[in-house]
Design a protein. Structure first.
Lengths: 365, 197
């Protein structure tokens, strides 16, 4: 007999990043369906869903609304760091917990949150290491005026400088802006070894289109030189970008077609993107922590995550981050093609464990 | 002035907390361990071994000078104040005792990481400033020596300006500071004393 437990779902289905929200939501619902149909798990989830519509101010009140139901203590949700930060006070007030299945910039370890997608030691660091060895260490940094872009580029700058490379330029765009002309002109002039792109939403789409145009007219950029890099681009945005995504190199825990996404997926790999896979893993891992653990849903996260099952699934009781494999992949003919993979590594949100800053490696060009 | 933040090496760093057993201590310990520090909690006194800690957190509500094995303002590591009561007397005590950063109580889910960064940067800047002031003081104290050296050089038929220029030239040739060159000149030559004695 299954025990029914309410589970909050809090993703935006409209607004500038709805593609990401929809991917996560699909993964969470897939996880719920799997848990509910699995006779070996003695829990079933009852989804309670709210849609903040891409409005950052809607997250906290909606999260509180979900948690007002006594039977709901866990919510899977949030895409941006901004909304995640907004939700924390609501979680504290209502004694709730958030499973956050999106890549982010690190430097957080809330007692109320489980981080099930990558942080910089799982995406940015390996991506930089790969780029240094394959393309060189003269970089151009760009991003949206927002915590993700600022912090990721600050880290990238530190890594590049420590490795002995240089940052040729760094420029930001307001959220939602598509005025990418000046950035692309600067890149055309500077001819860096790589462009680290932390733009999000429409800004990124416009930027990739303009870079594709640059590749078309300038032979330097046409010859597979100067790749555009990303730490959060997944398959779920490829249809919106189309051909201009070709050649982009992204880092993540998994890309479609790779076997074995994440420990929490329990062998399943029918996902479109790692966003979907990480949301699915969140639901599955929660189910495994609650199954055979009556009343477990009311336990504080710290106790739930100190169960041996948590460690087996790669969840750290110390940082609340998950252990993830690393894949570096390039968009070729509309799909990600694996360039390099690395074994799973623990999340290190404050980079106090393995700040293995890539040494000035041999440059293969 | 724009300061560049140098991020300290926090993995395996040691933090000491001086606070009675309390949920604030558990919340702070959790945060520090998540960041990667090793934490020791002490109460009611700080043992001398705490000198080896890299960071110290103190409870301003209850703190008094006898708890610490050093004088006010002389903590050997960055100190972070846990502030509960905002009564002016407590804040005055805190200012006299000296802290490099603060966190308001109750300590919840965040705040420790930024406090560590700010405390380390403030502590280092303070130490650097103290060094600089000490060096300036020393130079100031040597003014008289410089005047005497210039006077000695001037007795050999030079103008004061020429004597000054000569001293500068000697300092450069010896690769020492101006003040140190002056000291060498006024110091009796090695053989001199025995000759006179």
């Amino acid at each position: 007999m299954k025990r029914k437990i309410g589970l909050g779902i809090l993703f935006s289905r409209s607004g500038t990043y709805s593609l990401l929200g929809e991917a996560s939501r699909a993964g969470a619902l897939k996880g719920i369906a799997q848990v509910n149909g699995d006779p070996t798990l003695d829990v079933a989830f009852d989804p309670i869903e709210r849609d903040p519509g891409g409005n950052v101010d809607a997250y906290a009140p909606l999260c509180e609304e979900i948690l007002r139901d006594e039977d709901v203590r866990h919510v899977v949700g949030c895409t941006t760091s901004w909304s995640r930060k907004e939700v924390i006070p609501a979680l504290e007030r209502m004694d709730g917990a958030l499973w956050y299945p999106t890549p982010y910039e690190g430097f957080e370890a809330s007692d109320r949150i489980v981080y099930t997608h990558g942080c910089p030691n799982q995406h940015l660091l390996p991506l930089m290491e790969y780029t240094f060895s394959q393309y060189g260490m003269r970089g151009y940094l760009t991003g949206s005026n927002y915590i993700w872009g600022w912090e990721m580029n600050r880290l990238a700058r530190e890594i590049v400088l420590r490795g002995g490379g240089s940052v040729l330029g760094e420029r930001y765009l307001p959220l939602g802006s598509t005025e990418v002309g000046r950035i692309v002109e600067e890149i055309a002039d500077l001819k860096p070894d790589f462009v680290l792109n932390q733009l999000i939403g429409p800004s990124q789409y416009a930027f990739l289109a303009a870079m594709a145009e640059l590749r078309h007219r300038d032979p330097f950029f046409g010859a597979a030189n100067c790749p555009v890099l990303s730490c959060n681009l997944t398959e779920c945005e490829l249809p919106a970008i189309g051909a201009p995504a070709e050649g982009l190199i992204s880092a993540g825990p998994w890309f479609r077609g790779l076997p074995q996404p994440m420990p929490g997926n329990f062998g399943r790999d029918d996902f479109i993107s790692s966003l979907e896979a990480a949301a699915h893993a969140s639901v599955m891992m929660l189910a495994h922590l609650l199954s055979g653990n009556p009343g477990g849903e009311k336990l504080p996260l710290s106790l739930l995550l100190s169960r041996p099952e948590a460690a087996q699934m790669g969840l750290s009781a110390r940082t609340h981050h998950s252990r993830l494999p690393v894949a570096i992949a390039q968009v070729r003919q509309g799909a990600f093609h694996l360039l390099r993979s690395a074994p799973p590594r623990d999340g290190d949100p404050y980079l106090t464990r393995d700040i293995a800053v890539p040494a000035p490696l041999r440059v293969v060009k | 002035m724009r300061r560049k933040l140098r991020i300290p090496d926090l993995g395996g760093a040691r933090a000491a907390i001086l606070h009675r057993p309390h949920p604030t201590v558990s919340a702070l310990t959790r945060q520090l361990e998540a960041i990667g520090l090793d934490v020791d909690c002490h109460w009611p006194e700080l043992p001398p071994s705490a000198r080896a800690a890299d960071y110290l957190f103190i409870d301003v509500d209850t703190a008094h000078e006898d708890q610490f094995p050093w004088a006010p303002g002389e903590a050997p590591m960055p100190m972070i104040a846990l502030v509960g009561s905002e009564a002016p007397g407590r804040i005055e005590w805190l200012m006299n005792f000296g802290a490099d950063a603060q966190i308001l109580k109750p300590v919840g889910d965040g705040g420790a990481y930024s406090a560590l960064l700010i405390a380390r940067a403030t502590f280092d800047a303070r130490a650097e400033l103290a060094c600089e002031i000490e060096a300036l003081r020393r130079r100031l104290g040597q003014r008289q020596t410089v005047v005497r050296a210039v006077a000695m050089l001037a007795t050999r038929g030079k103008s004061e300006d020429e004597a000054y220029a000569q001293l500068r030239g000697l300092a450069m040739a010896w690769r020492v500071s101006f003040e140190e060159a002056a000291e060498r000149i006024v110091a009796p030559a090695p053989g001199e004393e025995t000759d006179n004695g």
